[in-house]
Write a protein that binds this ligand. Structure first.
Ligand SMILES: C[S@@+](CC[C@H](N)C(=O)[O-])C[C@H]1O[C@@H](n2cnc3c(N)ncnc32)[C@H](O)[C@@H]1O
Length: 361
């Protein structure tokens, strides 16, 4: 998975060919339009106000792909949040030189207004005492996974072999470090049960916890707490391969030409983040999170443009991203009483608490 997605030349992502969006292989919340960026900008501004509007803050993104989400956020901050605009420095963590080029081009206009820095690795990003608003969208699901499968009474690890020029699965007895994960997550020892383990997720959130002394981290992705992820109802695991908006039958087919992804274990991020002082403020599905943040707009007297409403529905509708995708909010050294709006209960009316938005008419 590491090689298929990140080989410097042929890797699905590092090759720099457009992968997301209607003309690519799959949609992400970012590719449905600018509303996600607008809502994140409003959340960043609320956070900046809660800190007492410090003169310098940093906005951090990892997994920025072509830079569209950062661009949407900066568009919105430029036009609506002047105090945040003058305090902000954007940092993008991007190992792929081809993607850096594409991000530079997307953000070319904003580079005249905002300081923007690129970092090849997270360890070179060090905001020091400057408060940081860090976000990612569909980043962690693209970190490589190991596959554990219970076969004939024993746990195995699925390796990838090359035989006669073709890739094949090869089940080997599970090594001790994989067995530790099976036990840690209480994965059911049921014949055929398959589970993904993501070795880089814990080190990723721990390194952010070390780097960020004061700030908030928003992790947007599809996934669930460990007890739901490793549940008997999901015994085939969640690894999928995608191409042209379809699941393909074989993750080993055409390496570098199809996306590989599997669901995020949010419990892992919560527990590992805690080791570096990251407190979990909450985990909310997209339907609740963006409805809460957009409440002033949804209940305001100004009619919302149709295009905006359509984009909002893509983000929040249970049949689209509303229930599959979650936002994990973790923080460090935040004001005691600070609760981000995306986690606050909505108050459309007593009987509509936490419901999805109703049509305005
Ligand atoms: C599924 S795409 C999501 C892109 C974009 N955030 C969106 O939501 O449309 C995953 C992105 O994460 C990037 N990525 C994976 N591992 C990364 C890492 N360690 N550092 C930075 N980016 C990474 C990939 O290159 C790819 O651009």
């Amino acid at each position: 998975m590491q090689t298929a997605l990140y080989h410097p030349e042929h890797g699905y992502y590092s090759s720099g060919r457009g992968r997301t969006g209607t003309r690519g292989d799959f949609l992400t919340p970012v590719t449905t339009g600018p509303v996600l960026g607008q809502l994140l900008a409003s959340q960043a501004d609320e956070w900046h106000a809660a800190l007492g509007r410090p003169a310098s803050v940093c906005l951090g993104e990892q997994g920025a792909d072509r830079g569209w989400l950062a661009c949407d956020i900066l568009d919105s901050i430029s036009s609506q949040y002047p105090a945040l605009r003058s305090a902000l420095h954007l940092h993008i963590i991007e190992p792929s030189p081809r993607l850096v080029e594409q991000q530079e081009s997307t953000l070319a206009l904003h580079r005249k207004t905002f300081p923007i820095s690129w970092h090849r690795q997270s360890i070179t990003f060090s905001p020091g005492d400057v408060p940081c608003f860090f976000y990612s969208c569909e980043l962690v699901d693209s970190f490589p996974v190991r596959l554990a499968r219970h076969l004939q009474g024993e746990w195995h690890e699925l390796w990838v072999d090359v035989r006669e020029g073709k890739l094949h699965w090869s089940a080997q007895p599970a090594p001790a470090d994989l067995m530790d994960e099976v036990k840690r997550w209480d994965i059911p020892s049921v014949d055929g049960f398959t589970a993904e383990i993501r070795p880089d997720a814990g080190p990723w959130i721990r390194s952010l916890g070390q780097i960020i002394r004061r700030g908030i981290i928003l992790t947007l992705d599809y996934g669930m707490p460990a007890a739901e992820l490793y549940h008997l109802s999901r015994s085939a695991g969640t690894l999928v391969s995608l191409r042209s908006h379809q699941r393909t039958p074989d993750p080993l087919q055409d390496p570098g030409e199809q996306d590989l992804t599997s669901h995020v274990n949010y419990t892992d991020l919560i527990l590992e983040g805690k080791k570096e002082g990251l407190e979990t403020l909450g985990l909310a599905d997209f339907s609740s999170a963006w409805t809460r943040l957009a409440q002033p707009l949804l209940t305001g007297s100004d009619p919302l443009p149709q295009k905006w409403s359509r984009n909002f529905q893509h983000l929040t509708h249970p049949g689209f991203f509303g229930k599959t995708h979650q936002v994990l909010v973790q923080g460090k050294n935040l004001p005691r009483d600070f609760q981000p709006s995306l986690l606050k209960p909505v108050t459309f009316g007593s009987d509509l608490e936490d419901s999805v938005p109703l049509p305005r008419a």
